[in-house]
Design a protein around this ligand. Structure first.
Ligand SMILES: Cc1cc2nc3c(=O)[nH]c(=O)nc-3n(C[C@H](O)[C@H](O)[C@H](O)COP(=O)(O)OP(=O)(O)OC[C@H]3O[C@@H](n4cnc5c(N)ncnc54)[C@H](O)[C@@H]3O)c2cc1C
Length: 507
């Protein structure tokens, strides 16, 4: 048994903590914030409950396999509810589509705007299955991508599958109508990727959603955070909150423990689930960093950020589905502006999470709990959010009222804002990124910071900043990749893998 520290309690940190503790190690989590969860934090106010970050549960079999690694059943901890539609997408011209995993329904909706697109749907899904098989079925997402040999073996297969082509250009080769083009290319935005830059490895997400569904955890995403925390403690793991790690101590090239508020905590190995750029820059002395020098860290591209409004309304808005997108006319132009960091755009596309559409317990009776998420430039744009945030929020509320949410401002009982500056101060996110390093080709797989540190022995990374990347399924797979490195190095424990083939969850 080895004594292992994990810095941070995001989904990646919690998943690895459970797996390591179940494999026979003694694990302790140190979390800076008052509660566990990281980006998947929870806010409660006046009877309203909000998930502050992730809201879509996809690939539940990956979650289930974490519980199975400890001999438990997910179903005994969390109740998952299937959603239909997955998303309701409103376009600038007033048209809308209900996006789901039902091929016939999807083709009927696509046909309203383009017969050709309806006919292309099956071909698209068949081809995306090829990429899904590489990443999920053959397990590339859950293996460390730490040798150039692995990358060299992957590239020819990726090229055959067209998986290196940017997602939006891949979708363009199947679909002609702007609606279908958007629907099958926007998914990288959910993990901080630019659809016109992110490789088509991410174009398999629609297939993954179709295969396993989109779900909601009763009580919200935080129910999964709490379940993982509970399971970890039942296994004997220890969680210390309000404990910000100041330093990872290193001797003779090996991580030896942590420094917190002047106290040294010795460990056999250390894992960081915190922002990967900050982990190297702030927690490890430059003398121990040959690869991740400050200059190299400066060259890494952080993702865009998000402006979030958590709204509790006395009124119901049945026009909104559980997951709703409201889009501006501009697609590439708007995203280019956000990613180029120059300024806050005047128009906006937004995502609304309305859990009360499924679970009334998230708000007082007859009321709605929702959040509005708007992708915005990260802090490289030099926006002073303390000055700007109220005006920006007012502009969004005004827009939503004009769009069709009558009486929104008068019905507000609760309104909390979370800005890029909060991502930086509360989550230690470099430049206030919302999703760690941008998932572009030159920051993917072998090019991403490795699960096993390239600079310091017995130091490991888990979560959105390492392979395979952001998103709840991504960081949970990263926990498996990191686990296999630790077990290989320490020689204790065994990897209980997620199923190669994903099967739909039985209720
Ligand atoms: C608004 C939003 C919506 C999203 N929606 C979805 C979605 O619907 N579906 C989906 O799959 N994904 C979604 N994502 C992405 C997903 O939430 C993240 O990729 C994932 O949760 C990140 O997990 P992580 O393991 O990297 O850790 P994080 O959640 O980033 O947590 C890291 C933790 O480390 C702690 N920490 C940092 N530094 C220190 C230190 N020095 N000492 C101690 N603790 C430290 C932080 O406080 C934090 O708690 C969303 C993200 C955001 C921001």
């Amino acid at each position: 048994m080895k004594h292992i520290a994990i810095i941070g309690s995001g989904f990646g940190g919690l998943s690895l903590a459970v797996r390591l503790q179940a494999a026979g190690h003694r694990v302790r989590i140190f979390e800076k914030r008052e509660k566990i969860g990281g980006r998947a934090y929870q806010l409660k106010d006046s009877g309203y409950t909000f998930d502050m970050g992730p809201s879509l549960v996809t690939a539940p079999s990956i979650i289930r396999s974490i519980f199975e690694s400890a001999g438990r059943r997910l179903e005994d901890y969390v109740k998952l509810v299937p959603l239909d539609p997955f998303y309701r997408i409103f376009f600038h011209d007033g048209s809308h589509m209900d996006y789901s995993g039902d091929a016939e329904q999807m083709k009927a909706q696509l046909a309203k705007f383009s017969e050709k697109d309806a006919a292309a749907y099956d071909d698209f899904m068949r081809d995306m299955k090829g990429i899904y098989d590489a990443v999920i079925t053959d397990g590339l997402g859950k293996q460390p991508f730490d040798t150039i040999g692995k990358m060299a073996r992957f590239v020819p297969r990726a090229m055959r599958l067209n998986a290196l082509k940017p997602v939006a250009y891949m979708a363009k080769s199947y679909f002609e109508d702007f609606r279908s083009h958007f629907m099958f290319s926007f998914h990288p935005l959910f993990i901080g990727g630019h659809p016109f830059r992110a490789p088509s490895i991410y174009a398999m997400i629609p297939y993954l959603e179709k295969e396993e569904g989109v779900w909601f955890a009763e009580g919200g995403m935080y129910a999964i955070v709490e379940a993982l925390g509970r399971l970890f403690e039942e296994l004997g793991g220890e969680i210390t909150t309000s404990a910000e790690v100041d330093r990872i101590t290193v001797a003779e090239g090996k991580a030896t423990g942590l420094q917190i508020d002047g106290t040294h905590f010795p460990f056999d190995a250390v894992v960081s689930n915190g922002d990967v750029t900050q982990t190297y820059r702030r927690l490890i002395d430059p003398a121990h960093r040959r690869k991740w020098t400050n200059r190299k860290l400066d060259r890494q591209k952080q993702t865009m950020s998000c402006f979030l409004m958590y709204l509790g309304t006395k009124k119901k808005y049945p026009k909104l589905a559980h997951h709703t997108l409201i889009l501006a006319e501009r697609y590439k132009g708007l995203i280019d502006e956000i990613f180029a960091h120059k300024k806050l755009p005047d128009d906006f596309s937004m995502y609304l999470h309305v859990p009360t559409a499924t679970d009334e317990s998230m708000a007082p009776e007859g009321c709605e709990s929702m959040y509005v998420l708007i992708p915005v430039p990260n802090l490289k744009a030099n926006t002073d959010w303390e000055v700007e945030k109220q005006d920006y929020a007012d502009k969004v509320l005004e827009f939503l009222e004009a769009w069709g949410m009558d009486g929104l401002r008068d019905s507000l009982e609760v309104c909390h804002l979370f800005t890029p500056a909060d991502f930086e101060t509360q989550l230690n996110a470099t430049d206030g990124n919302a999703f760690a390093l941008e998932p572009k080709l030159t920051q993917t797989a072998w090019f991403r910071p490795h699960n096993r540190s390239e600079d310091v022995d017995r130091l490991y990374i888990v979560g959105a900043g390492t392979h395979p990347g952001a998103g709840v399924p991504g960081v949970m797979l990263s926990a498996e990749a990191t686990l296999s490195c630790i077990i290989e190095d320490l020689g204790v424990g065994e990897v209980v893998s997620s199923p190669a083939k994903l099967a739909p969850v039985q209720e």
